[in-house]
Ligand binder design. Structure first.
Ligand code: 4GY
Length: 267
């Protein structure tokens, strides 16, 4: 996969691109990241990329021409592939693992990082076909969200993580948060590792982990639970934990009814 990053601050990416798994992905040629300073595409004598907003107001707006020409340049250099041109901004759709997976299937990703008060709207109209936000807060630029996307996408590319890591990834794509983990020592500052984890009973350990993963998700991120897709075992655990923790349950689960019939007959 080729990722072109359009940024006024390419040096911000030096550190993460050399580090650990990303460095390995680049080394192994699974991933190529090209940093493009769109100031190089300014036709202005002073290499300016921003200008005053029409209609007045504070701050500067990124002018359309340097960015549009930079996108046209990277597109011309990378023809005939599955491509997405992404603008990073708080106005985009919030980044999720589903979106990361979508992006990881592309051949060419163009990430546009802005600064100042934002982009001339014609950048969106002319060259952008996706707009993504890292979250509901305001940064000084799109570089950190671009780094987050590069990092999250890179670890999904074939051959980037080792076998062990990719197996781990599979087993946690089951929709629950991770269970609590422990390593040595068995007692640390008076806090013991749960007995069951030292027992060697693999069946019991697996059940404990599933229960604690469910507990953690119900307590911290109930918004992640797909209530209509629970297996009968998960449903039992959810009911038991909800009782223990005094948590409310959605109606259909409290009633103990079967999940609604699937008209496609796939379940
Ligand atoms: N949040 N998610 C974000 C951001 C800064 C003005 C446009 C975010 O993606 N980007 O806060 N970006 C702004 C600064 C220009 C980008």
């Amino acid at each position: 996969m080729i990722i072109d990053v359009l940024t006024l601050f390419p040096e911000m990416f030096d550190g993460i691109l050399r580090t650990s798994i990303l460095g390995r992905a680049l080394q192994a040629k699974r991933l190529s990241v090209r940093l493009v300073n769109f100031r190089d595409f300014s036709t202005n004598n002073h290499r300016m990329v921003d200008d005053y907003p029409y209609g007045g107001g504070t701050g500067m707006v990124l002018a359309p021409d340097p960015i549009v020409r930079a996108v046209e340049d990277v597109v011309a250099k990378t023809p005939g592939v599955r491509r997405r041109v992404v603008l990073l901004s708080p106005q985009g759709r919030r980044l999720t693992q589903d979106i990361v997976e979508e992006l990881a299937g592309l051949d060419h990703l163009v990430l546009i990082c802005g600064h100042y008060e934002g982009f001339d709207e014609r950048v969106r109209t002319l060259v952008v076909n996706d707009e993504i936000s890292l979250g509901d807060y305001i940064l000084t630029g799109g570089e950190i969200p671009a780094m987050a996307i590069i990092d999250a996408v890179a670890r999904l590319l074939p051959g980037v993580l080792g076998n062990e890591e990719s197996a781990r990834r599979e087993s946690f794509s089951d929709g629950w948060l991770e269970y609590p983990q422990y390593t040595r020592p068995p007692v640390y500052r008076g806090l013991s590792v749960p007995e069951v984890l030292l027992s060697g009973h693999h069946g019991e350990i697996a059940r404990w982990r599933r229960r604690e993963a469910i507990r953690r998700t119900l307590l911290r991120r109930p918004d992640l639970v797909n209530w209509s897709a629970l297996t009968p075992e998960e449903r039992k655990e959810v009911e038991a934990i909800a009782r223990e923790e005094n948590l409310p349950l959605p109606q259909q689960i409290a009633e103990g009814g079967a999940p609604p019939a699937d008209p496609e007959g796939e379940n």
